[in-house]
Design a binder for this molecule. Structure first.
Ligand SMILES: C[S@@+](CC[C@H](N)C(=O)[O-])C[C@H]1O[C@@H](n2cnc3c(N)ncnc32)[C@H](O)[C@@H]1O
Length: 344
């Protein structure tokens, strides 16, 4: 995600998405086996800069606290990749008026800067796991996508490679969570998924972005070789693909699916535009939102971006104009898959 706190500022759709999982999270937290002597560990897998975790983690803490009063400690561990902006995360936890740290002096926050495709915690130590809008990010792109940047719009063969990598990654994710959870512990996932036809609901926006990149190639603003390597390494699993991962022997022996449902997240930026009619603000907000999740993937981490920084600035400026020209095409209708999983 874009650093310097930019993801926190431009992630309204992800913020709304997390609300779809709150009931599930509360129910999962109310059923946890709790032992006052051990304390409780809650893991927030793929926390980014933390703003969108505040409400779900407050719900989890409040639910646990109904059964386990202070001073029993609750350890909250936010995990993300090493390059994540952890400074923004801890500043948010300290300064945001909605931070769970303000409400409960016996909650302690920590971070883990490792991929969730590895084991992050000692075996049998996590009571409750939460992960919202994260597991569509793959461990690595399995192949280039020659004429696009978004796997739902890749060629058949390219899509097959993404589907295979996504299946492997999901199994790895579950195998490691199986090891980490305490018996009876729960994992709640708000997944950015796909409908039965493999559509995420954001094809219009990402196709518009791809058109802008193609236009930059044709007028010499972007080298063709750079464009061909550009990809957002995500895959949007259908409900069936999510469920299939729980059937793998290495997973099924230890984890069972408690519930799986689907929902649609209508675009909060589009709703705001419908309310205000302010096209400039809508186009900028949509472009900033796209930048916050796509810039490091498309243009590289800031530290190594070099001359591509100016190209990135130009791309997102052009994207803003393109959205102004086709505002309805950029509006997304994200497909969510919600899962609650129990450790046997
Ligand atoms: C779209 S953000 C979602 C952040 C937050 N959960 C929310 O609800 O807004 C996806 C996050 O997943 C993280 N992520 C992607 N792949 C990861 C991996 N393999 N291990 C840990 N975190 C990962 C990204 O760095 C990013 O911060």
């Amino acid at each position: 995600m874009a650093g310097a706190g930019q993801y926190n500022l431009h992630s309204a759709p992800q913020h709304v998405a997390s609300r779809f999982g709150l009931d599930l999270l509360e129910r999962a937290a109310s059923k946890l086996p709790l032992e006052p002597a051990r304390g409780v560990v809650i893991a927030d897998y793929g926390a980014s800069q933390g703003r969108n975790s505040l409400l779900p983690m407050s719900v989890a803490i409040a639910t646990v606290r109904e059964r386990l009063a202070p001073p029993t400690p609750i350890s909250m561990v936010h995990t993300d990749l090493p390059e994540n902006d952890f400074a923004a995360l801890f500043t948010t936890l300290r300064d945001d008026p909605d931070s769970y740290l303000r409400a409960d002096p016996a909650v302690f926050s920590f971070a883990s800067g490792r991929s969730f495709y590895e084991q992050l915690f000692p075996a049998g130590s996590v009571s409750l796991g939460w992960s919202s809008i994260t597991v569509h990010w793959l461990s690595a792109p399995p192949t280039a996508i020659r004429r696009h940047i978004f796997s739902p719009l890749a060629s058949t063969n390219e899509r097959a490679a993404y589907a295979a990598r996504a299946a492997e990654d999901w199994t790895q994710f579950l195998v490691h969570r199986r090891a980490e959870l305490v018996p009876g512990g729960r994992l709640v996932i708000v997944g950015s998924g796909a409908d039965a036809g493999g559509r995420s609901g954001a094809e219009g926006l990402l196709d518009l972005a791809n058109d802008v990149l193609a236009e930059m190639v044709s007028d010499g603003a972007l080298a063709p070789g750079v464009y061909e390597r550009m990809v957002i390494p995500t895959y949007y699993r259908t409900r069936e693909e999510f469920i299939a991962g729980l059937g793998a022997a290495s997973v099924a022996e230890g984890l069972e699916l408690e519930s799986c449902s689907e929902d649609a997240l209508s675009d909060p930026l589009w709703s705001e535009f419908q309310r205000t009619g302010d096209l400039d603000t809508y186009a900028r907000a949509m472009s900033d939102f796209t930048r916050a999740f796509s810039e490091p993937s498309l243009f590289g981490p800031v530290a190594v971006r070099g001359p591509l920084q100016a190209t990135a600035d130009e791309f997102y400026a052009r994207l803003t104009q393109a959205i102004k020209g086709r505002p309805e095409r950029a509006a997304s209708n994200w497909h969510l898959v919600l899962l609650s999983i129990r450790k046997r």
